[in-house]
Design a protein around this ligand. Structure first.
Ligand code: ARG
Ligand code: ZN
Ligand code: CA
Length: 256
């Protein structure tokens, strides 16, 4: 497909009243949408830091995100739901996605991208469901300190890149190192990302060599690595083709 695809988003804020910071502000929610609209249009200013050897690969993902203005019954909404929970924190077991388990039910996944914001335990920043999974749990979960900018967002994950990364998974992108634990034989099924050993963390220095990928090394500044928010700022042409293919197939109903 050509042109820009619009994705309607609903953000479910699931918070424990004993910890008021979990009830993030509308402003923090909107800041995340703004980040997505820069990162998925190659409008992020830090794109300029891309090493020259990778510059030709940087791509505009051609997606626009907007908080939903109609709820599933057709009534006006600001695209944000707020739900109190007694849970101290959540894990990747999907409990946050259902009112019967202390969370909030998702909106129909054929029409909305569901984003749940809650406190995730164990240092988990976020997790996503790939295309083709059960509709009741479809979407992305992000910890409240890693969502958007400002408010409760905390460095070094305070530039909204966890959602950029997780929505990449939601659109069928794999981790750039191929999830093979340094075996160098795993793939992200994208041709223009270098073969890479394992995840990078923090703010790596260019070049970082692994799996014989010299001289340019790992593309650690890719959103699908694990670098700090300030150190990740690009998708490649091949990744955009893979995301757009998902929008033409499993995700075709959600994008207008
Ligand atoms: N699922 C990954 C985690 O929780 C997300 C990593 C996102 N990276 C980032 N710089 N925001 O570890
Ligand atoms: Zn990931
Ligand atoms: Ca690759």
């Amino acid at each position: 497909r050509e042109g820009i695809t619009l994705i309607p988003v609903v953000v479910h804020v699931v918070h424990n009243p004993a910890s008021p910071a979990q009830n993030i502000s509308d402003e923090q929610v909107r800041s995340q949408i703004d980040v997505l609209n820069r990162d998925y249009r190659r409008d992020n200013p830090d794109s300029a830091q891309t090493p020259p050897v990778f510059k030709d690969l940087v791509a505009d993902a051609r997606l626009r995100f907007a908080l939903a203005d109609k709820d599933p019954s057709g009534s006006p909404t600001d695209g944000i739901t707020r739900t109190e929970t007694t849970a101290q924190s959540f894990t990747d077991d999907d409990k946050v996605k259902s009112s019967s388990t202390g969370g909030a039910d998702g909106w129909p996944s054929d029409a909305y991208l569901n984003l749940w914001v809650c406190r995730l335990g164990g240092g988990l920043l976020g997790y996503a469901q790939f295309p083709g999974g059960p509709s009741g749990t479809d979407g992305v979960v992000i910890t409240y300190t890693g969502f958007g900018t400002g408010g409760a967002a905390a460095a070094p994950f305070d530039l909204g890149r966890t959602a950029t990364h997780e929505i990449g998974h939601w659109l069928n992108l794999r981790h750039i190192w191929g999830d093979d634990d340094n075996a160098c034989n795993g793939s992200d099924f994208v041709d223009d990302t270098p073969n890479q050993g394992g995840p990078n963390q923090g703010k790596p220095e260019f070049p970082h060599i692994s799996c014989g990928n010299e001289p340019n090394g790992d593309m650690f500044m890719n959103y699908m690595d694990y670098s700090d928010d300030a150190a990740m700022f690009m998708f490649t042409e091949g990744q955009v083709r893979r995301m757009q293919a998902a929008l033409d197939s499993a995700r075709s109903s959600v994008g207008a």
